[in-house]
Design a protein around this ligand. Structure first.
Ligand SMILES: Nc1ncnc2c1ncn2[C@@H]1O[C@H](COP(=O)(O)OP(=O)(O)OP(=O)(O)O)[C@@H](O)[C@H]1O
Ligand SMILES: [Mg+2]
Length: 255
């Protein structure tokens, strides 16, 4: 579905993406991980050209996104959903209106848009909060509205950029549960940037590890986190072992 080749992006002296190549198959759940600043956000933002890369090819079903004119790009963007770390909801609109807004702006009639919004909000467990404004919702609920906004387009590809990173730990879980549920449907292909190791372990078909603008390792979670070949992979493996050991120790009352 998606084939990225030879992708480069620099900001001044910084090589944010440095010759990246990546293929994503239909229905696949891909989790992109790596240290802060390694280029994860830049990479996924180039896919719908929120960031224009310097060079490369991004084929989405054989169409090169990087050569599309603005009208064509607009059409393709509707097939690609994006969930951000900061939900960017409009404060004077209700949950339902926030989800409807983009649909109506893209020419859908209000009744159809309202039905689609309600359907998407139901999928994220927000059917009882349709008429609440962002200030009346918790952070987790606001992010679920953000997810519904992307889902309402029924995108073929969903991209997630650290969707739980702005939430307090208690609220993280409710958003991860929704994400896992969506992943289980496999209604769309997913590229998820996250630092949530347990989500990556349970849900990913493939883990892709980046470092300094390049992909340094990829494979099934059982391979990447158990027999890593890269330095970054080894760091994640150590982190998982540390978490398992400390949890086991605290359960057994050991210090
Ligand atoms: N608009 C920008 N202007 C200048 N430098 C940028 C810009 N966006 C990103 N960078 C730089 O490009 C590199 C890659 O950034 P990017 O945001 O893609 O990293 P990331 O892997 O998403 O990190 P994090 O886990 O912290 O979100 C970093 O060194 C960052 O400082
Ligand atoms: Mg980022």
């Amino acid at each position: 579905m998606l084939v990225i080749q030879n992708l480069y992006k620099h900001f001044g002296d910084i090589k944010a993406i440095d010759g990246l190549a990546l293929t994503v198959n239909i229905g696949e759940i891909l989790v992109l991980m790596g240290p802060s600043g390694c280029g994860k956000s830049t990479t996924i933002r180039t896919i719908n050209r929120l960031i224009e890369p310097d060079q490369g090819t991004i084929l989405f079903h054989d169409t090169n996104i990087l050569t599309l004119n603005p009208d064509e790009l607009q059409k393709i963007r509707k097939r690609i959903g994006f969930v951000f770390q900061h939900f960017n909801l409009i404060s004077r609109l209700t949950a339902q209106e926030n989800v409807m807004l983009g649909l109506v702006m893209s020419g859908m009639d209000r009744d159809t848009a309202r039905n689609k919004a309600n359907e998407a909000l139901t999928k994220v467990g927000m059917e009882r909060n349709l008429h609440q404004k962002p200030a009346q919702l918790s952070g987790g609920q606001q992010q679920r509205v953000g997810i519904a906004r992307a889902l309402a387009y029924e995108p073929e590809l969903m991209m997630w950029d650290e969707p739980t990173a702005s939430l307090d730990p208690i609220l993280v879980r409710e958003v991860l549960v929704v994400m896992e549920e969506l992943a289980r449907y496999r209604a769309s292909t997913m590229i998820v940037v996250t630092h949530e190791l347990s989500f990556a372990l349970r849900v990913a078909d493939r883990i892709v590890l980046m470092d300094k603008g390049k992909i340094v390792e990829e494979g099934k979670p059982s391979q990447v986190f158990v027999n890593p070949t890269s330095a970054i992979g080894q760091k994640y493996q150590e982190l998982i072992e540390y978490q398992i050991n400390t949890t086991a120790k605290s359960l057994s009352g050991e210090k």
